[in-house]
Design a protein around this ligand. Sequence first.
Ligand code: GLA
Length: 688
Amino acid sequence: MRDLHNRISSPSAARRVTGILAAALLCATALAVPVTAAAATTTGTSDDATPQLANGLALTPPMGFNNWNSTNCRAEFNETMVEGIADIFVNKGLKAAGYQYVNLDDCWALPQRDSDGKLVPDPVRFPHGIKAVAAYVHAKGLKLGIYTSAGTKTCNDAGFPGALGHEYSDAQQFADWGVDYLKYDNCNNQGVDAVQRYTTMRDALAAASKSTGRPIVYSICEWGSNSPWTWASDVGNLWRTTGDISDNWSSMLSIFKQNAPLAPYAGPGHWNDPDMLEVGNGGMTDTEYRSHFSLWSIMAAPLLIGSDLRSATQATYDIIGNRDVIAVDQDSLGKQGTVVSSVDGRWVISKELADGSRAVVLFNETGRPQHIATTASAVGLPGRSAYKLRDLWQHKNYNTAGAVSATVPAHGTVLYRVSADRHWASYPPAVEAGVSEAPLVEAGTPVPLTTTVTNLGRTPAISGSVALGGPQGWRVKATSPTRTAALSTGRKLTTSWTVTAPAGTASGAYDLTLTAAYRSPTGDAARSELATIAYVVVPPPDGTSYVSDLTWMSATNGWGPVEKDTSVGESAAGDGHPITIGGTVYAKGLGAHALSTIEYYAGARCDTFSAQVGVDDEKGANGTVAFQVWADDALVASTGVLTNAEPAQALTADLTRAKTFRLVVTDGGDGGDSDHADWADAKITCAA
Ligand code: GLA
C-alpha cells in the first residue's frame, strides 16, 4: 500500500487511513477463521429483505483500461486519449484478446453541478461530452466506464462532485450517456455507513439500467476498509480489497499478499479487486511486471490496463496480450487461485480451471534465484503416471511425471497449466535448469557456481548438454562434464563452473543465461533456459564506513526510492529532508519507507553494523514500522514496532562471516501508510 500522506490533510482522508488500519485488523481476524466458499458467497439469505445483485454481469473478471495509473488528473487525460485507447484496443489485438472496458477515472467532471443538479463533463477535457465518447467507444464494439465517489466529493483535491445524495440522478445520467461500468470510490463519505452508501448506488444503477436497458457493471472502491468481501457480493460485481497500488515492487507485493487470502470470496459476478495494473508504467522490471500480471491472473483479478498504451513498449504488449495467461484469469469456473505453500518467499498458488486442469504459479518474492516446487497431486489433479505441463510464458508443452517445479529468477514467476492429458507422451520431458545461487563476483577473481539440469518428465531427456553464458568479456568455465547421454525421470546433470568478471567491471547485477538442450524420445529438440544474475561487488573498505557512502547491491522501497543521507520524502528521487527522529537531526543515514529491503556486500570481512533507527518526523502521526538486520540468511537484530511517538532506538548487529547483509523495514503489520523509516547514522566496521 502506498504512502497516503497527501490525503490525510482532509478529514475524509484521515477517516480513510483509519479505515485501512481497521480493515487490516478485521482482515487479520478473518484470516484466523477458516472460511468456506459456501459461507463466503451466500451472505444474502432468504429471510434477508435486501435485494441481491442479480445483474448477470462480470461472469469473468472485467478486462479493460483505466487512465488513473498513467495520467492521474493531468491534462493529457481527455477525450483524444480515451478514444485513442479504444482505437488501440482494436488495432493492436487487445479487443480480440478480451479487453473491453475503456474506463475514465477521477477528474472528468467540472467541480460544480449545473443548476439542475446534473453533472457536467469538463469541456476542456471532453468538449463533445461523455455521450459522444461512449458512442465512439461503442462503435468500436467496446464499452465505456466512468468514476465517482460515494461521498460528497471525489478523491481529488480539486473537489469534483460525488454522488452521495445524488445516486438516482447520477446513475440515470450515466445510463443516459451510455456508460457501461461505474467505479464508485469512498472519499468524503461523511461517515455514512458503507453498506448503505454502496447499496443505494446498486439500487440506483438497477433503476437506471431498467429505464435505459443498459446494464452497468458496478465496481466498489472502498479500499477494503469495511471488509467488503463479507457483504459486497450482494451489492457489486467487484470490490477493491486494499489501498491504492503504486508502480513499484513493494506496493505490488504487499497488495498481492493482502488479496491472496480472500480467494474464497470471489466467484462469477463478484470478484476481489486488488487494484488496476501497473504493467508498462516504468517502475518495475519486465520480470516484475510478468509476476504482477501472472499473480493478478491467478487471483482472478480484474485486468484493467493502467499504462498509456499510446506509448507502451512491445514488452508491455507482450505481457498484457499473453492469451495463455489471460485464459487463466478469464476461466469460466471463476475460482480465485489459492496459496498451496509459501515458505521464505517461495510461493506456490494453484487455480482450478473449468476443464479440470490447474494453473500453477511458482512465484519468487526474493532477490535470489529459488527452486520452487509442488506436485500434480498437491494441486489437486488425479493420480496419473504423467501429465501435460504447458509453460504459459514460453507457450511450450512438456510432459511431467508429477513434479511441477522450476528454478525461478529473483522476483520472477513461472506459470504452468497442468492437466491429466492422455497425449502427454507426445511432448518432450520437462527439464528444470537450476543454479545454486546468484554468485557474488569481485572483479578479476574467479568464483565457483554449480548448475543442475533435472529431468521432471516421465520420458528420458536424451543427449543432454548445458551451457552457461555471461556478459561479453567474462570468463565462464566448466570444471566438470556438461554433457550426458540420457537423463531418466528425476535424474540430474550437475556441473561445476567458475565465473570471472574482467578486472575493473563496475559493480551491479549482470545477466547469466543457463541453457539446457536435449532431445525427447520422439526425436524432438527441446531446450530449457534460466535467465539469472551475478552481482559484481566491491569489498567494503577497512575501518568504519557509513553505509550511505557505499554502493548497495539492490534496494526496494514502498514509497519512492531509498535516499542517501536524507529521509525518503515523497515519491521522487532526491526529494527527502534532513533525517530527523524525535527532534534529533542526523547528517548521515538512509531514508526508507516500508516495505523496504536494502542489500549490501560485506565480503565476510565485517564485524558490526550499527544505526539509530526510527520513524522520521517528516510525516507527523501514523507511521508504524519495524527494523530488521539480516546477515546472509540469519536475522541478527530487530526492533519491535516503532511509531512517531518514539525517539530513535540504537540497533547493533553482528556481521561476522556474513557475505551480505540486508536492512529490512516492515510495516508493523498494518499496511505501509506514512511509514517513513530512517536508518540514521548507519555504519559498518570491517577488518583492518
Ligand atoms: C482513489 C482510488 C483510486 C483513484 C483515485 C482518484 O484513491 O482508490 O483508484 O480512483 O481515488 O482520485
